[in-house]
Design a protein around this ligand. Structure first.
Ligand SMILES: *[C@@H]1O[C@H](CO)[C@@H](O)[C@H](O)[C@H]1NC(C)=O
Ligand SMILES: *[C@@H]1O[C@H](CO)[C@@H](O)[C@H](O)[C@H]1NC(C)=O
Ligand SMILES: *[C@@H]1O[C@H](CO)[C@@H](O)[C@H](O)[C@H]1NC(C)=O
Ligand SMILES: *[C@@H]1O[C@H](CO)[C@@H](O)[C@H](O)[C@H]1NC(C)=O
Ligand SMILES: *[C@@H]1O[C@H](CO)[C@@H](O)[C@H](O)[C@H]1NC(C)=O
Ligand SMILES: *[C@@H]1O[C@H](CO)[C@@H](O)[C@H](O)[C@H]1NC(C)=O
Ligand SMILES: *[C@@H]1O[C@H](CO)[C@@H](O)[C@H](O)[C@H]1NC(C)=O
Ligand SMILES: *[C@@H]1O[C@H](CO)[C@@H](O)[C@H](O)[C@H]1NC(C)=O
Ligand SMILES: *[C@@H]1O[C@H](CO)[C@@H](O)[C@H](O)[C@H]1NC(C)=O
Ligand SMILES: *[C@@H]1O[C@H](CO)[C@@H](O)[C@H](O)[C@H]1NC(C)=O
Ligand SMILES: *[C@@H]1O[C@H](CO)[C@@H](O)[C@H](O)[C@H]1NC(C)=O
Ligand SMILES: *[C@@H]1O[C@H](CO)[C@@H](O)[C@H](O)[C@H]1NC(C)=O
Length: 616
C-alpha cells in the first residue's frame, strides 16, 4: 500500500509546480536584515570556520598572535564566483579546488582550507551552474565530482542543442514559433510522454508562464545534477537536506539574478538584484526590500497574505540556475552588432527577428508569479503592482561577480574572494560597476572598497595576478555604512598559466581533456602555479583575511604581513596618462609584455599531462 502511494506521489510530482496547503508561517518578510534561519545556520557554521581558519593560519606559518586572534574571534569570509558560461564553471571549479583542503598539493604551499573557512559562497550565471551543481550534489571535491562521478559531461554527444539538421529550425524561427524551434534541444522528447517538451507542457497546463528559461534550465539539469528523472523535481530548497549543508560542512550558498522593471526592457544598475538561497528568494535592494520562503515561491500572495492555497516546486533547481543564466537578450545585443561575429548575414537577420519577437513578448526572460505583490516594504511601485517578476541573467547589469548581496551591511564580511572569469580575460569592469553601485539608491546597503578605473586595472597589471583592495580600513571611513567597514577584497582574475582559458561564452561543448585542462588552469590562477611563483602567497592570503579583525582590535601587522601587503595591495595610484591601452602579446606571470616571455613556467601544456589529474 505504502509503495503504491509513493509511486502515485512520484508520478504526480514532476517539473510542474503543485498546489499545496499554505504553511502557517509568514511567507513574506522585510529585507532589512538576514533571516533567522540564515543567522542560526551561520552561527553553527562559524564553529567550523573558526577552527578551519586557525588551522590554516598555523599551516601557513603566521605567528602565534595571529592564531590566538583567529581562535578568539569570528572572521567572516565569503567567496564569489563570476559569470562567464561554461568558462566560469570550469575555471571556477579549479579555483575552488585551490581553496579546498581536499585537493592534493605540496605541503605548505597551498590555500587549501580557505573554502573550509568561508561562511558564504555565491555564483551567478556560469558561476551558478557550479554553485547549484555542487550544492545539490552534497558539495563534492573536484576529484569526486568531475572524475569519480563524471558530473558535467560536456562532450559533443551530450551538449544542449542537437546540431544535426539544425537547418530545419529556420521555418519555426521565421514564423516566430518558439515551441517548434525548441524541438532541437537535446532531451526534448526522450520517450512516450517524457522529455523536456512534456515537462514544459505540464507547467503550462498547471497555469504557469513558460519561457525559453524553462527549456534552458531543464536542459542544463541533464548536465549539472546527478538525480534520477534528470532532476525534474529537484528543488533549490532541497539543499537544506544535503548532509554537507545540514552539518555546516559547506559555505552558505546563493545565486543571483536581476529583475527587470516591468514595462521596460532595460536592465542596468537600477535593476533589482535578487538572490536565491536554500531558505529564501528576494532582495535587500530598496526597490523590493523583501524575501519569501523559497519553498513557496510562485504562490500568489497579496501583501503577504494567502488564500490558503500555495505553490510548491516552482523553485526547480534547474529553473533557478537557468534564471541566473538567462542571457538570451545578450545574444540579441551581439547580433545587433554587424561585424562582431561570424554568422552569415541571412542567419543573423532571421535570428535577430526571432529574438526580438521573444524579447517583445517576454519569452526570453524567466517569468515568476509575483509573490511579493502589493507589499509595502519596497520603493518600486512597478515591482509591487505587476503580477509577474521578470528575471534574467545576474551579470547583465555589469556586475558579473555576485558580490552585491554579499558585501552588505547585513552580512558584514571581513574578506571576500572575488573570482573573476568574466569576459575572455577580465578587465576589472565588474568590480568597478559594483563599486559605483554603492553610491546609488539601489546600492545603499552595499559596502565595497575603492577600486581604480579600468585603464589602471590594465596598465598596472591588476588583472595579471592576485590583487588586494581595501587593505587599510583607516582609508575607508567615507565608505562605512551603519558602522560596517567594507571587506578586504582578494581579487583573483582568470589568466593563462597552463592553458588558454579565454574560452568563448558561446562554446558549449568540451572534450574531457579540454575540460580537465581548463580546470587545472583555474587551479593555477589561484594557487599561483601550485605555489611555485611565490611561496609566501598562502601566508599573504592569511594576512589579508585576518586584517579587519586586527584593525578592530588595534593590533599592528607583523613585518611578514607588511611585506605581503606591499606585494599584493593596490596602492591607490591611478594611471593618469592618456596612452591608449594596446594589449601586449605575451603573458608573463606578473603582467603582459611585447618582449619575449622570460617566464619559464608558461607553456601550452597538453591536457593529459596536467598535474591536478596526473595521479589518475
Ligand atoms: C579540511 O578541513 C576540515 C575543516 O577544518 C577538516 O575537518 C578536515 O580534516 C580537513 N581535511 C584535510 C584533508 O585536511
Ligand atoms: C584566546 O582563547 C584561548 C582559549 O580559547 C585563551 O587561552 C587565550 O588566552 C585567548 N587569547 C586572547 C588573546 O584572548
Ligand atoms: C558523455 O555522454 C555521451 C552521450 O550521452 C556518452 O556517449 C559519453 O560516454 C559520456 N562521456 C563520459 C565520459 O561519460
Ligand atoms: C506588467 O509588466 C508587463 C511587462 O512589462 C506589462 O506588459 C504589464 O502591463 C504590466 N502589468 C501591470 C499591471 O502593470
Ligand atoms: C537610476 O534611477 C535614478 C533615479 O530614478 C536615475 O536618476 C538614474 O538615471 C537611473 N540610472 C540608470 C543607469 O538608469
Ligand atoms: C489561491 O492561490 C493559488 C496559488 O497561489 C491560486 O492558484 C488560486 O487561483 C487562488 N485562489 C483564489 C480563489 O484566488
Ligand atoms: C500591507 O500590510 C501592512 C500591514 O501588515 C500595511 O501596513 C500596509 O499598508 C499594507 N500595504 C498595502 C499596499 O496594502
Ligand atoms: C584611499 O582613499 C581615497 C579617498 O579618500 C581613495 O581615492 C584611494 O583610492 C584610497 N586608496 C586605496 C589604496 O584604497
Ligand atoms: C606590468 O607587467 C609588465 C610585464 O611583466 C612589466 O613590464 C610592467 O612594468 C608592469 N607594470 C607595472 C605598473 O607593474
Ligand atoms: C612574444 O611576442 C613577440 C612579438 O611581440 C614574438 O615575436 C615572440 O615570439 C613572443 N614570444 C613568445 C615566447 O611567445
Ligand atoms: C599556445 O597556444 C595558443 C593557442 O593555441 C597560441 O595562440 C599561442 O601562441 C601558444 N603560445 C606559445 C607560447 O606557444
Ligand atoms: C602541486 O604540486 C605537487 C608537487 O609537484 C603535486 O604533487 C601536486 O599534484 C600538484 N597539485 C596540483 C593540484 O596540481
Amino acid at each position: 500500500m505504502k509503495l503504491i502511494l509513493i509511486l502515485l506521489v512520484t508520478a504526480v510530482l514532476g517539473y510542474a509546480p503543485q498546489e499545496v496547503k499554505c504553511p502557517s508561517t509568514n511567507l513574506i518578510r522585510s529585507g532589512e536584515d538576514i533571516s533567522e534561519n540564515e543567522k542560526n545556520w551561520i552561527d553553527n557554521r562559524r564553529k567550523k570556520t573558526t577552527a578551519a581558519l586557525s588551522e590554516y593560519i598555523k599551516n601557513v606559518g603566521l605567528d602565534d598572535d595571529a592564531v590566538d586572534l583567529v581562535e578568539n574571534s569570528s572572521i567572516n569570509i565569503g567567496i564569489a564566483l563570476s559569470g562567464g558560461g561554461y568558462r566560469s564553471m570550469l575555471v571556477g571549479v579549479g579555483q575552488l579546488a585551490a581553496l579546498d583542503n581536499r585537493t592534493e598539493v605540496t605541503e605548505g604551499s597551498s590555500l587549501g582550507g580557505i573554502m573550509q573557512s568561508a561562511n558564504y559562497i555565491s555564483g551567478l550565471s556560469g558561476g551558478s551552474y557550479l554553485i547549484g551543481s555542487l550544492s545539490l550534489n552534497n558539495w563534492p571535491s573536484v576529484h569526486q565530482s568531475v572524475l569519480e562521478n563524471d558530473l558535467w559531461n560536456l562532450t559533443e554527444a551530450n551538449q544542449l542543442v542537437n546540431t544535426n539538421g539544425l537547418w530545419t529550425v529556420i521555418w519555426p524561427v521565421l514564423t516566430d514559433n518558439l515551441w517548434e524551434a525548441l524541438s532541437h534541444i537535446n532531451h526534448w522528447v526522450t520517450g512516450k510522454d517524457t522529455g523536456i517538451k512534456y515537462d514544459l507542457q505540464a507547467k503550462k497546463d498547471a497555469g504557469f508562464p513558460v519561457t525559453l528559461t524553462d527549456a534552458w534550465g531543464r536542459d542544463l539539469s541533464y548536465q549539472l545534477f546527478s538525480e534520477e528523472n534528470n532532476a525534474e523535481d529537484l528543488n533549490f530548497s532541497d539543499i537544506r537536506d544535503q548532509p554537507a549543508f545540514k552539518n555546516y560542512d559547506m559555505p552558505f550558498p546563493f545565486i543571483t539574478a536581476i529583475g527587470r522593471e516591468p514595462g521596460t526592457i532595460v536592465y542596468n544598475t537600477n535593476s533589482t538584484v535578487f538572490e536565491m538561497n536554500p531558505f529564501e528568494m528576494g532582495s535587500s535592494d530598496p526597490s523590493l526590500n523583501s524575501f519569501t520562503d523559497i519553498k513557496y515561491l510562485g504562490s500568489r500572495l497579496s501583501n503577504g497574505t494567502n488564500n490558503g492555497t500555495c505553490v510548491a516546486g516552482f523553485e526547480n533547481a534547474g529553473f533557478m540556475v537557468g534564471t541566473s543564466s538567462s542571457l538570451f537578450n545578450e545574444y540579441l545585443d551581439t547580433l545587433v552588432c554587424d561585424d562582431c561575429n561570424s554568422l552569415n548575414f541571412a542567419v543573423k537577420w532571421v535570428l535577430k527577428k526571432f529574438l526580438t519577437y521573444l524579447s517583445n513578448t517576454g519569452q526570453d526572460v524567466a517569468q515568476y508569479p509575483n509573490t511579493f505583490k502589493n507589499n509595502s516594504f519596497g520603493t518600486s511601485r512597478k515591482l509591487a503592482t505587476n503580477d509577474t517578476l521578470y528575471l534574467l541573467d545576474g551579470g547583465l547589469a555589469g556586475e558579473v561577480i555576485p558580490i552585491t548581496p554579499m558585501m552588505t551591511t547585513q552580512r558584514k564580511l571581513d574578506a571576500v574572494f572575488a573570482l573573476d572569469n568574466s569576459q575572455n580575460w577580465p578587465d576589472g569592469s565588474s568590480l568597478i560597476t559594483s563599486y559605483e553601485r554603492q553610491f546609488t539608491e539601489q546600492g545603499k546597503n552595499m559596502v565595497i572598497p575603492y577600486v581604480p578605473d579600468q585603464k589602471t586595472f590594465l596598465h598596472q597589471n591588476l588583472t595579471a595576478k592576485p590583487t588586494f583592495f581595501g587593505c587599510s580600513a583607516k582609508n575607508l571611513t567615507d565608505l562605512v555604512k551603519d558602522d560596517v567597514v567594507p571587506p578586504l577584497v582578494i581579487y583573483l582574475p582568470n589568466r593563462p598559466y597552463t592553458f588558454w582559458t579565454n574560452i568563448s561564452l558561446y562554446q558549449f561543448s568540451f572534450t574531457n581533456e579540454e575540460k580537465k585542462a581548463i580546470i587545472q588552469n583555474g587551479f593555477e590562477t589561484v594557487s599561483r602555479l601550485n605555489g611555485t611563483i611565490d611561496e609566501d602567497w598562502p601566508t599573504c592570503v592569511g594576512c589579508a583575511v585576518i586584517r579587519r579583525e586586527q584593525e578592530r582590535q588595534g593590533i599592528e601587522q607583523s613585518e611578514q604581513c607588511k611585506k605581503c601587503f606591499e606585494d599584493y595591495c593596490w596602492d591607490g595610484t591611478i594611471y593618469e596618462s592618456d596612452e591608449p591601452y594596446y594589449p601586449p602579446l605575451n603573458f608573463t606571470d606578473s603582467g603582459l609584455t611585447n618582449d619575449s616571455v622570460t617566464y619559464e613556467g608558461f607553456s601550452n601544456v597538453t591536457a593529459s599531462s596536467s598535474s591536478l589529474f596526473s595521479f589518475f
